[in-house]
Design a binder for this molecule. Sequence first.
Ligand SMILES: *[C@@H]1O[C@H](CO)[C@@H](O)[C@H](O)[C@H]1NC(C)=O
Ligand SMILES: *[C@@H]1O[C@H](CO)[C@@H](O)[C@H](O)[C@H]1NC(C)=O
Ligand SMILES: *[C@@H]1O[C@H](CO)[C@@H](O)[C@H](O)[C@H]1NC(C)=O
Length: 352
Amino acid sequence: MESLEMFCQKRGCLYGFIVLLIFTLSFTWYSIEVPPWHPTFLSSCKMEIPNKASLLHDLKEVKLQRMLYEKPNAVKPPRTDVLMMTPWFAPIVWNSTYDINILNAQFHQRGVRIGLTVFAIKKYVVFIKTFIETAEKFFMVGHKVNYYIFTDRVEEVRQHNFTLSEGRQLVILGVPAYKRWQEVSMRRMEMIHNQTYERFANEIDYLVCVDVDMRFSDDVGVEILSDLFGTFHPSYYGAPRTHYTYERRPESAACIPEDEGDFYYAGGFFGGNVVEVFKLTHFCHNAMLSDTAKNIEARWHDESYLNNYFVYHKPTKILSPEYLWDNNFAVPEILKRRRFVAVPKNHNEIRN
Ligand SMILES: *[C@@H]1O[C@H](CO)[C@@H](O)[C@H](O)[C@H]1NC(C)=O
Ligand SMILES: *[C@@H]1O[C@H](CO)[C@@H](O)[C@H](O)[C@H]1NC(C)=O
Ligand SMILES: *[C@@H]1O[C@H](CO)[C@@H](O)[C@H](O)[C@H]1NC(C)=O
């Protein structure tokens, strides 16, 4: 009797324990597996949703500042002495046509990162000091900037120990030195193109590609940024088509017929977002290779291919000659600022 009672108690205990165990396990399983099941399923089916959703979430967090400035006037253009818009609706950037405070607010909101590429190859390394020092004063002040210096003289560039403002970095990229200056110039497209995979796609949003034998002498800011931009060559912005020094030989991949073309763009200042610059440099490099195979060297090297590209892939913004000037030229009335100017040099001495 006593042993049966004990047996029942023990058995009851055992059953109770088993029931409790099953209950606990199933409850735990339920509480672990079931509640997260629904969202997990959704997000694994549609991989795009979490990113876009978090992007929208971030956008909601942005607090708009008060923005105080003079109201734009719909019936009075800020300038009437220059073309401010191309026939394909790309703005042309002249002073007084934009408000830098509005643009700075927009680009800060997006947190853009800007890359500035420059080639300090062979003797051109002498220009790097002035270039970087003046860029620190005038180029994209207050924004995130990476300088990419392509050079065959890595140590000489490093020796400068440049001190940069916050949010700015300097990357020195070692490259080969081609023999002829024409080839050095043309190979820039390939070098920019190659670095797109390696770096640019991960590190920056916009690329600005310029000549090194220059100095900044006034503000160059986010007003220049757009998907794809080029710059009027300071010698030809007022010239007729026939005066443009486009490549004209039909067998060249850079050829532009006499009755085509909008402007003559300078090889020394172009850019855009990383994808557009990738496409542009890809075209220019391959066109150069196909010409080289035919023993053709385009009239103005990389500049000739750039001009050809821009005829058929219109830039979404164009910079006025304020952004590329030479102080040897008489300054016309329309030129209110000279922001990026050539450093005087002896061409033969530097190139060879
Ligand atoms: C350049 O434009 C700004 C406004 O954007 C204006 O305040 C300034 O006077 C202009 N400079 C010249 C020299 O016209
Ligand atoms: C840069 O730093 C190196 C090593 O510290 C030094 O030898 C060199 O003189 C410095 N260069 C300049 C221009 O200050
Ligand atoms: C660019 O990349 C290609 C393919 O990796 C390579 O063959 C070529 O030498 C590179 N060019 C330069 C100038 O670094």
